[in-house]
Write a protein that binds this ligand. Structure first.
Ligand code: COA
Length: 171
């Protein structure tokens, strides 16, 4: 590993990881030597898909895309601390609109208090309408969401639904 290696992290709930997230990862992987995708905990959100399953599916997705400089981690601590511990200097955030910007700036301020070296980088998102909650909601109504998520992620979503149906039927 080079001492000047440029490392970045891309954090989110990724519940589920969508094609919007994948677009950011593809672009970030060209800008940095190493990109860590952190499935982190948003204290205001209840998870729907197991983070380890999601991590596995994201890893398979980046492999399918022949992206070799991405590491996927399921992490339940402070992301600014993770960055410090792993010599990561950049945090990538996708910006969908001006509301996102205000929200992100607050988070950036908090992260700076923990890790002053962390630089926040914003990338414009090209799939602004495709949020994780939108995908979950359409899926819960039986809509085909396969065009909004990578195929490995769609598999996890289907498997989870089948599993919960089985548990429900055996109850
Ligand atoms: N294209 C389309 N949609 C996108 C997108 C993109 N490129 N990037 C993000 N989104 C969507 C997400 O799907 C998400 O949708 P949802 O609200 O329907 O779930 C929404 O934008 C918000 O995403 P994000 O801002 O990344 O929030 P998050 O909940 O996914 O992640 C954490 C927030 C986990 C990064 C943040 O809570 C965190 O850092 N937690 C760790 C603890 C910590 O360090 N706390 C201190 C900081 S305050």
């Amino acid at each position: 590993m080079s001492i000047n290696m440029r490392k970045a992290m891309f954090c989110g709930s990724f519940d589920p990881f969508t094609i919007g997230h994948l677009d950011i990862v593809k672009r970030a992987s060209k800008m940095f030597d190493e990109v860590h995708i952190l499935i982190a905990v948003n204290a205001n959100k209840k998870r729907n898909y197991d983070s380890n399953w999601m991590a596995y599916a994201i890893q398979k997705t980046v492999e399918d895309e022949n992206i070799t400089n991405v590491i996927v981690v399921s992490f339940d601590g402070l992301v600014a601390k993770y960055a410090k511990d792993n010599q990561i200097d950049y945090s990538i955030r996708g910006l969908r609109n001006s509301m996102d910007y205000n929200y992100e700036e607050n988070i950036a301020e908090v992260n700076k208090l923990i890790n002053d070296n962390l630089e926040q980088i914003y990338l414009r998102t090209s799939n602004a309408a495709i949020s994780s909650s939108m995908v979950r909601e359409l899926f819960s109504y039986g809509e085909d969401v396969s065009k909004f998520v990578p195929k490995e992620i769609y598999r996890v979503m289907r498997d989870c639904r089948t599993l919960s149906q089985k548990i429900w039927l055996n109850y």
